[in-house]
Design a protein around this ligand. Structure first.
Ligand code: C2E
Ligand code: MG
Ligand code: MG
Length: 571
C-alpha cells in the first residue's frame, strides 16, 4: 500500500499496517472519498462503540448515529467544514447501543492516494477518553468547589462575581459583598476536635444556603470564612435585613451528634461600585469590615468605611508590639483608691494596667485588652499582672504600709482557661500575703457565659478567701436566678449610670435598684466613676458609701500611691 502524505511517500505492507492498528487501543478506520466507503475498520470499534465493525462496511457513516444528540449537529458541521484539511481533531460524546455514554477524542487525517484518479482517503483515529474526562471533571470540580461543604470556592466565586459586574445592567445597580466569619470557631475545633468542627461547618453552610434567593450566591473562602454576593439590593435596609437574617441562623444552638453548640458570626459588607470596582478591592474591604465588626464585639455586621483600614492597621500594630511588651518592660500598674465617703478612709484600690510603647505611645487598656484576649496574649499578661500585684502588696507590707485590698481585673478568657485558681493559690503561698488582700473583678458577661463551669472556678477562688466583685454591673444581662447562685461579694455599679446622676434620667432608678438588690442578696456595693459632689451625695443618700473616681483620685503609680496613703495613715 502506498500512501502519500504531503511530500512524503511511504510504502506499507497492508498487513503490517492493519496489525499495528489492531494492537493499539484506539479505533482506526480508513474511509474512501469522504466516508462514502469504508476501506478498513479495526476491531476495537466493537469495544468502544459496542457495534460490529462489519456494519461500517454496509453503512460507512453509521458510526455517526452513535454521536450524542447534544453533539451531533456540531460534529456533522465540523466534518463538512473541515473537509480538505490535512488533519483535525474533534471531541464528542457517544451513546452506545447498550446506552452507555463515552467521551471520544477523534483525529481525522486526510490523505491523498493515487493522484491520477484523485481518490481521497480519510484516516480516523478514535480514542475513548472517558476516564481522562472524568478525572478532568473531578480536577475542575476540586478547583472550583469546596470539598467539605460542596459550596463554590474562592476561584468560582470570583468568576461569578466578575461576570455579574460585567453584566450589570444599569449604572444605579449595586452588588453587596458579604464576608461571614464564625466567632470562636477555633474553640469548637480545639475542644471537640476537627471532625465535629467540620460537621458544624457543613450544617452552617446548609443553614446559610436556606436564606438565599436567586440574587444571592454563597461560597466558602476557607476555614470558618464564607462569602456571598447579593445582586441588585434596592436599599441599604434590604442589605441590613439580609445580614440580620444570616445572624439569625446562629440564634439557636446547632446539634452535632451529642453536642449542643452555640456559635455566632461577624459579617463585613462592601458594595460595588461604592467601595471598589474590582473584586480584589471589594473582597478586601468586606474582610476589613468583618474584622472591624469582630473587634467591636462580634456577632454583628458592619459596612465598610474608608477609615477602617487605618483602624485595622492600628490593631495589627498593637498586636505586633504587644507580643514583646512584657519582655521589654513596657507594662506597668497604677492603683486607683477606693474610698469610704462617710469618713474619707481608704478601703481598697483597683490595679489598672498601663502600656507605654516606644512607637505607639501610651495605649489604653480598653483598646489593647480586647486584642490581647483575641490573640491569647491575655494569658501571659494576666499572669504578669497578678504576680506584680501580689509582689506589690508584699513590698508595701514590708514597708509597714498595711495596704488595702487590691482588686485586679480578670478577663473572661483567663477564667475559662482553667488554671487561674492554681496560679493564684500558688502566688499567694509564695508571696505569703493574705488571700483577703486580693480581690478579683469579673465582668458581668463572664457570669452569663458557660455559667456552670465559671461558677465552679469562682467557688474555688472564694473558698481560698479571695474576694470577688462583679465589674461594670448593670451593663450586661445578669439574670437574677444566676446572680443568687454566684459566689461573689460585691457589685460594682458601672460608671455609665453614675455619670447620669442629676440628669433626670432613668439611670438614677437603676442605681437605687442595684443598691437594693445588693443589700437583699447580701453583697456589698461600690460605685465607680464618681466625679462630682452631686454624685457623692446621691450615692451616700441611697446607701452606697464606697466609691472610686476622679473626685477622690485618678489612678496613681505605686510610689505616689504609697507616699499619699502611707503618710495619711501615719498622720
Ligand atoms: P474598669 O475595670 O471598669 O476600670 C475603670 C476605668 O474607669 C479605668 O479606666 C479608670 O481609669 C476609669 N475611671 C476611674 N475613675 C473614673 C472617673 O471618675 N471618671 C472616668 N471617666 N473614668 C474613671 P482604664 O484604666 O482606662 O481601664 C479601662 C478598662 O480596661 C477597665 O475598665 C478594664 O475593663 C480594663 N482593664 C484595665 N486594667 C486591666 C487589667 O489589669 N486587666 C484586665 N483584664 N483589664 C483591665
Ligand atoms: Mg475594673
Ligand atoms: Mg468598671
Amino acid at each position: 500500500m502506498k500512501i502519500s502524505l504531503s511530500n512524503f511517500s511511504i510504502d506499507l505492507n497492508e498487513e503490517k499496517l492493519f496489525s499495528v492498528a489492531e494492537s493499539i487501543h484506539q479505533f482506526i478506520f480508513i474511509s474512501r472519498n469522504h466516508f462514502s466507503e469504508i476501506y478498513y475498520a479495526s476491531p476495537t470499534y466493537e469495544k468502544i462503540f459496542d457495534a460490529d465493525p462489519e456494519s461500517l462496511k454496509n453503512e460507512p457513516k453509521s458510526w455517526m448515529n452513535f454521536i450524542h444528540p447534544e453533539d451531533k449537529e456540531r460534529i456533522t458541521k465540523a466534518i463538512e467544514t473541515n473537509f480538505g484539511r490535512k488533519i483535525y481533531d474533534l471531541d464528542f460524546k457517544i451513546v452506545r447501543k447498550d446506552g452507555i455514554q463515552r467521551w471520544i477524542l477523534a483525529r481525522f487525517i486526510e490523505v491523498e492516494r493515487n493522484r491520477e484518479n484523485k481518490e481521497n482517503y480519510t484516516i480516523g483515529i478514535f480514542e475513548d477518553v472517558t476516564e481522562r474526562k472524568k478525572q478532568q471533571k473531578l480536577i475542575d470540580y476540586l478547583g472550583h468547589y469546596d470539598y467539605l461543604t460542596g459550596l463554590p470556592n474562592r476561584i468560582l466565586f470570583n468568576k461569578k462575581l466578575k461576570q455579574e459586574i460585567e453584566n450589570i445592567e444599569n449604572e444605579n445597580s449595586k452588588i453587596a459583598i458579604l464576608v461571614i466569619d464564625l466567632d470562636n470557631f477555633k474553640d469548637v475545633n480545639d475542644s471537640l476536635g476537627h471532625q465535629i468542627g467540620d460537621e458544624l461547618l457543613q450544617v452552617i453552610s446548609q443553614d446559610i444556603s436556606f436564606t438565599l434567593t436567586k440574587e444571592k450566591s454563597l461560597a466558602r473562602l476557607g476555614g470558618d470564612e464564607f462569602i456571598l454576593f447579593y445582586k441588585n439590593p434596592k436599599t441599604k435596609n434590604e442589605i441590613i435585613a439580609f445580614a440580620l437574617e444570616i445572624l439569625n441562623v446562629f440564634v439557636n444552638p446547632f446539634f452535632i451528634r451529642v453536642h449542643e453548640l452555640y456559635t455566632s458570626a461577624s459579617i463585613g459588607i462592601s458594595i460595588y461600585p461604592d467601595d471598589g470596582n474590582d473584586i480584589t478591592t471589594l473582597v478586601k474591604n468586606a474582610e476589613l469590615a468583618m474584622y472591624f465588626s469582630k473587634s467591636q464585639g462580634k456577632n454583628y455586621f458592619k459596612f465598610f468605611e474608608p477609615n477602617m483600614s487605618e483602624a485595622i492597621q492600628e490593631k495589627l500594630l498593637i498586636e505586633l508590639f504587644l507580643r514583646t511588651a512584657i519582655e521589654k518592660n513596657e507594662l506597668s500598674l497604677q492603683y486607683q483608691p477606693q474610698i469610704n465617703m462617710e469618713d474619707n478612709s481608704l478601703v481598697g484600690a483597683e490595679a489598672l494596667l498601663r502600656w507605654n510603647n516606644s512607637q505607639l505611645g501610651s495605649v489604653s487598656p480598653a483598646k489593647f485588652i480586647p486584642i490581647a484576649e483575641e490573640n491569647g496574649m491575655i494569658f501571659p499578661i494576666g499572669e504578669w499582672i497578678l504576680t506584680e500585684v501580689c509582689a506589690q502588696i508584699k513590698k508595701w507590707q514590708k514597708l509597714d504600709f498595711q495596704a488595702p485590698r487590691i482588686s485586679v481585673n480578670i478577663s473572661v478568657k483567663q477564667l475559662e482557661q482553667g488554671n487561674l485558681f492554681n496560679f493564684v493559690k500558688k502566688l499567694i503561698q509564695e508571696t505569703e500575703i493574705q488571700a483577703s488582700n486580693l480581690e478579683l473583678e469579673i465582668t458581668e458577661s463572664i457570669i452569663m457565659h458557660k455559667t456552670n463551669h465559671n461558677i465552679e472556678i469562682l467557688d474555688g477562688l472564694k473558698s481560698c478567701g479571695i474576694q470577688l466583685s462583679v465589674d461594670d454591673f448593670g451593663t450586661g444581662y445578669s439574670s437574677l436566678k444566676y446572680l443568687t447562685r454566684l459566689p461573689i461579694h460585691k457589685l460594682k455599679i458601672d460608671q455609665s449610670f453614675v455619670r447620669e446622676i442629676g440628669k433626670d434620667t432613668n439611670e438614677e432608678t437603676v442605681i437605687i435598684s442595684i443598691i437594693a438588690l445588693a443589700k437583699s442578696l447580701g453583697f456589698s456595693v461600690i460605685a465607680e466613676g464618681v466625679e462630682t459632689l452631686e454624685h457623692k451625695s446621691f450615692l451616700l443618700k441611697h446607701g452606697c458609701p464606697i466609691a472610686q473616681g476622679y473626685l477622690f483620685s485618678k489612678s496613681l503609680s505605686p510610689e505616689v500611691f504609697f507616699n499619699t496613703y502611707n503618710k495619711l495613715i501615719i498622720d
